[in-house]
Ligand binder design. Structure first.
Ligand code: 9PG
Length: 468
């Protein structure tokens, strides 16, 4: 059955009191805006630059000019104790969107439409209860077992960015020991590879990733590595040597990393074997913790070797990686289609990137910033301990981080996966104290809500975006 089709109304139109009613809109992938908004909001967040549509929203499906577009699930809380929820009937194989439109002639009247099979859940007392019930439904329906506790860790990205060197990682390994920090995983991020897609070829800043894994493991820690398994840069050896392994007419990013980014076609047997081989090699080198990034690329629409649905292709790709790294390996999904990843990842990034800045570029709530990471991470707290371990993104608390205590509080409250990404040897006393306190294994079970301190006084309601 196709994942998407024509939109049809899924219930009778109804009226809402705009002063009380809230709509919980869920974004496609890790970085997509997610939150509760006033129902009479004219339009929910949209990308402010064209390239952010594929990179942070549903690539092939721009949101409507007015109203809401929610991916895979939706809650409407009228504020009267009868919150309504819908969720994809088969959330790991179909990806229906749900729209809310205001009636053209009666603005207090709302229509709800979906382009694929969805089921309605029993009415809940309010938004928090509805989201908890959604989580419980998914656990039951998909027969999910409780995720195992993960972390704490350290990651190179938010200090060293794409320029990370072996000396940087070693400096932090030494600091972890000297400061006696509870860091059990050391994960090298983007920058170790020569090109996007050529994962086994070093950039030169880290001469041997096999050697570095050994060095990390000699300190008694787990070695972690960042890859973007379904992305292939136009400049890569892979794209040059195997153009037939790329999904036709799919560009995951037009000019990130200074080049067009293509998508690996895992329905091509040779490309699938190549993918599995990469992860078998990384395992042989000693990497057991995998941050798999930009995963949305694997689920993009385009021309594939086999006649296969994009969601099925995506899951096949993740299964190949899982087989290659083994059942004990850890997969952290990032930039990942949310519901289609259930059951295949151990942890999931639930928000856009953190940044030293509070405000996102162009005010776009899908982009790196504290505001974006806080808002979407909080709105997805209900997933933790049910679908996977939530990754709220890294803890950064060095002096240059604006409002560092606010971010630390978020990581502590919702943060499930605790991964520091500061230069540990150079933290001031306050930053070090926060880091010491927050580095702990993820909590095993679901975590509850906390009231939002937004000016509306309502829970989870965005202060900037939700104003009428
Ligand atoms: C490495 C980074 C880090 C980070 C990931 C991901 O839309 N964008 O321009 C955009 C850029 C970077 C990005 C996400 C979105 O970050 O979330 O933790 O691993 O890749 O390149």
């Amino acid at each position: 059955m196709p994942a998407t089709g024509r939109f049809r109304e899924i219930c009778e139109p109804f009226t809402l009191d705009p002063r009380r009613a809230r709509v919980y809109e869920h974004g496609w992938q890790s970085w997509s805006p997610t939150g509760a908004y006033r129902a009479d909001l004219a339009v929910s967040p949209r990308p402010r630059r064209p390239e952010w549509q594929p990179m942070a929203f549903r690539p092939e499906a721009p949101g409507p000019a007015a109203g809401f577009r929610s991916e895979g699930l939706l809650v409407i809380d009228p504020g009267d104790g009868q919150a309504l929820s819908w969720v994809a009937a088969e959330p790991t194989s179909q990806a229906p969107a749900i729209l809310i439109e205001r009636d053209a002639s009666d603005p207090d009247r709302y229509h709800v439409l979906a382009d694929g099979p969805v089921v309605a859940l029993p009415a809940a007392a309010g938004l928090d209860d509805a989201l908890g019930a959604l989580g419980a439904h998914l656990v039951r329906h998909l027969e999910l077992s409780a995720p195992r506790s993960l972390g704490p860790g350290w990651c190179s990205w938010y200090t060293y960015w794409g320029e990370v060197t072996e000396a940087d990682v070693v400096e932090n390994l030494e600091a972890i020991d000297r400061l006696d920090l509870d860091v059990r995983i050391v994960q090298v991020d983007d920058g170790h590879q020569s090109e996007i897609g050529d994962w086994l070829e070093p950039s030169g800043r880290i001469p041997s990733m096999a050697g570095l894994a050994t060095r990390i493991r000699q300190t008694g820690r787990e070695a972690g590595i960042w890859t973007a398994p379904f992305l292939v840069g136009a400049r890569s050896r892979l794209a040059r040597e195997h153009p037939d392994w790329l999904v036709r007419d799919a560009i995951a990013a037009p000019h990130h990393w200074g080049q067009p980014i293509h998508v690996l076609d895992v329905s091509h047997p040779a490309a699938a074997e190549h993918l599995a081989g990469v992860y078998r090699t990384l395992r042989a080198w000693g990497y057991t913790y995998h941050k798999l990034d930009f995963l949305y690329g694997g689920a993009m629409v385009g021309g594939r070797h086999a006649d296969i649905d994009p969601i099925a292709a995506y899951r096949r790709g993740l299964e190949l990686i899982r087989e290659a790294i083994g059942p004990d390996g850890t997969i952290v999904g990032c930039g990942a289609p949310m519901l289609p990843s259930i059951g295949l990842v151990d942890a999931m990034r639930v928000s856009p990137d953190i940044d030293v800045r509070r405000e996102p570029p162009d005010g776009d709530i899908s982009q790196p910033s504290q505001r974006a990471a806080l808002a979407t991470g909080r709105a997805r707290a209900w997933m933790h301990g049910r679908l996977w371990v939530n990754d709220p993104d890294c803890l950064i608390v060095r002096e240059e981080v604006e409002a560092r205590d606010t971010w630390a509080e978020h990581v502590e409250t919702y943060g499930a996966l605790a991964v520091s990404s500061d230069p540990l040897a150079r933290l001031d006393d306050h930053g070090l104290a926060l880091t010491r306190r927050l580095l702990r294994p993820s909590s095993p079970g679901p975590i509850g809500w906390l009231p939002d301190a937004g000016p509306d006084g309502g829970r989870m309601v965005r202060d900037v975006e939700a104003k009428p």
